[in-house]
Design a protein around this ligand. Structure first.
Ligand code: ADP
Length: 305
């Protein structure tokens, strides 16, 4: 059976990655080794899906600077369909400063650049390409008016919508949550949305109930090294993370979201889609970088054997 159409809406950044022994404390200067990598939540998710053998359509906005050119090329090289990407003269592309410590923890600061200029009309331009069967993935790094237009379009067209509420920001109308089929926060985002701490599957169950009160069809909470917790109004399940040696947790959530969407597009049953997302995210944290750490379908199949 053919895969369902898959679209990602979100941000693209050039990641300036500093590898440091440990994260700095306020006021402290550290020496680190700098490397540059393509990143941004939307782009990372789209690449994770493309690595699994899909050709997702990616909506994002780039500047026509050197960063934008290299980001566009890396997306094309990774197998993402870049036909819908807007490149704007005179704008700067998104930049992220990422610090990764030897124990795999990270800190990130973002200059959104062109990402912050995505307007509702860019979302409008996607309308003709969206079918009922399409899976759409959005993240909260996009400007709220654009996101809101996407959520309205969901009510008009009825596609399936996965929403990664990262980074959590105010301003989304409460009605928007009812457009969401799957909301996929990590522990921090769950706390920001519900006020409830998530530290194990039991606390995740309580937080998922509160997330469902916001209006989405289902809540899928990621709990880092512990795994993921799923709940909708008919039931729930939890799956443990695969034990791996952590090198760099950058983009673990993006790997999870991209792989979850890709697995649904490949028509895997829900629980299997979550399991595959856990496997892809586990492999992602065993490698350095964001998009460069997304595993291929073959690597995931071998890992799961
Ligand atoms: P984010 O990267 O958005 O903060 P999480 O930290 O919750 O999100 O990680 C997302 C997913 O990545 C987890 O559900 C898990 O599948 C995987 N993951 C993260 N850290 C580890 C780890 N140490 N070992 C195995 N899998 C991990």
């Amino acid at each position: 059976m053919n895969a369902r159409p898959l679209m990602f809406f979100g941000t693209t950044n050039l990641d300036l990655c500093f590898n440091v022994e440990r994260l700095p404390t306020p006021g402290e200067s550290l020496i680190g080794a700098l490397t540059r990598h393509p990143g941004g939540k939307g782009a990372n998710q789209a690449v994770a899906a493309a690595q699994l053998g899909l050709k997702p359509l990616f909506y994002t906005r780039l500047g026509d600077d050197d960063a934008g050119k290299s980001l566009l090329k890396s997306l094309t090289d990774a197998g993402v369909c870049t036909d819908a990407i807007t490149v704007c003269a005179g704008e700067v592309s998104g930049l992220a400063m990422v610090m990764v410590a030897d124990d795999g923890t990270n800190m990130i600061v973002i200059e959104p650049g062109a990402n912050s200029k995505v307007a509702p009309d860019m979302i409008e331009s996607a309308a003709n390409f969206i079918e009922r069967d399409t899976i759409v993935v959005a993240e909260m790094g996009m400007p709220i008016p654009a996101l809101n237009r996407l959520f309205e379009m969901k009510r008009e067209k009825g596609f399936e919508l996965i929403f990664n509420p990262a980074p959590v920001r105010p301003g989304l109308p409460s009605a928007a949550w009812r457009s969401v089929d799957f909301v996929t926060p990590n522990q921090t985002e769950t706390f920001e949305l519900t006020g409830l701490e998530v530290y194990d599957f039991e606390s995740a169950a309580r937080a998922a109930e509160k997330l469902l009160d916001l209006g989405p069809g289902a809540a899928l909470i990621t709990l880092g090294a512990q795994g993921a917790y799923y709940a909708d109004r008919t039931g729930s399940f939890s799956l443990r993370a695969f034990p791996v040696k952590v090198v760099d947790t950058t983009a673990a959530g993006d790997a999870f979201n991209g792989a979850f969407a890709a697995s649904l597009a490949q028509r895997l049953p829900l629980k299997e889609a979550v399991r595959k997302a856990l496997a892809v995210a586990a492999l992602c944290v065993t490698r350095r970088g964001a998009q460069s750490s997304m595993p291929t379908a073959q690597a995931v199949d071998e890992f799961l054997q």
